[in-house]
Design a protein around this ligand. Structure first.
Ligand code: DC
Length: 234
């Protein structure tokens, strides 16, 4: 790949995995912005599919109906000035996919093999030209096993619940911090124990426990790793 001044410009892919609320998306967005890379939030794709299924009244247990419906929808991640927007067959669903209804059911839809295959394929396409920071649950293990930098971010369930609590939309869906912690633990359990592409740490990933780290410290640690990799490519 060449830059505008004719110099060869190397780019890498960065995979960031970990459980819900570990701070992956905030960190991934920062890392992408520091490196001028593209941020891909794969959880948003699972959420958009879930939102559509809920609206259509298609249960996660009805796999064939889910897969049939998937053939007729299109999920797009569109970079925007105020962050990434999510479009479902052209409709902006960026806010809707963060609702509790979606958070509570998304792990059930995310267990469906055909759905994972379709979304993983789209994610791989987005990373073909490199220069992508992608976050999710199975990026380092399944979607981009050759990513040059792999990070597995963790934090205690209590701290993750606190972070998610602060992120809840102001529109105010009533949930207590304790309830949120329980729901996060249940979701982790489903994500860790599903048969297809479960949430596991890749053997070659760097584990970052972020419980007492700031977002900037975590982002900085990842950028340093990326810069080290890039210097090896020169
Ligand atoms: O990161 P998030 O909380 O927005 O993800 C929503 C759900 O999607 C989460 O419960 C697990 C699932 N997911 C997945 O199975 N694989 C991914 N690569 C990303 C998310």
């Amino acid at each position: 790949m060449s830059s505008s001044n004719g110099e060869r410009e190397f780019r890498i892919n960065i995979a960031i995995d970990g459980p819900a609320g570990a701070g992956k998306s905030t960190v991934a967005r920062k890392v992408a912005s520091k490196l001028s890379y593209v941020y891909v939030d794969t959880g948003a794709m699972y959420r958009a599919a879930t939102w559509d299924m809920l609206r259509q009244g298609i249960e996660a247990e009805d796999e064939s109906a889910v897969l049939k419906r998937l053939e007729n929808i299109d999920i797009e991640l569109v970079p925007g000035e105020e962050g990434q927007r999510v479009r479902l067959s052209g409709e902006d669903v960026t806010n809707e996919i963060r609702s509790l209804a979606v958070s509570r059911t998304v792990s059930r839809y995310a267990q469906i093999e055909g759905l994972r295959a379709k979304l993983s394929g789209a994610q791989r396409q987005m990373a073909l030209r490199k220069g992508v920071v992608m976050d999710g649950r199975d990026i380092g293990t399944t979607v981009l096993p050759d990513a040059e930098v792999k990070i597995f971010m963790t934090a205690t369930a209590e701290e993750r619940a606190r972070r998610r609590f602060r992120e809840l939309p102001e529109s105010g869906e009533a949930i207590t911090l304790e309830q949120l912690e329980r729901e996060i633990e249940q979701r982790d359990e489903l994500d860790r124990n599903r048969e297809v592409s479960p949430l596991v740490c890749a053997d070659d990933a760097t584990v970052l426990d972020t419980t007492s780290m700031t977002i900037d410290e975590v982002a900085e640690a990842i950028v340093l790793r990326a810069e080290r990799e890039l210097s090896l490519l020169k």
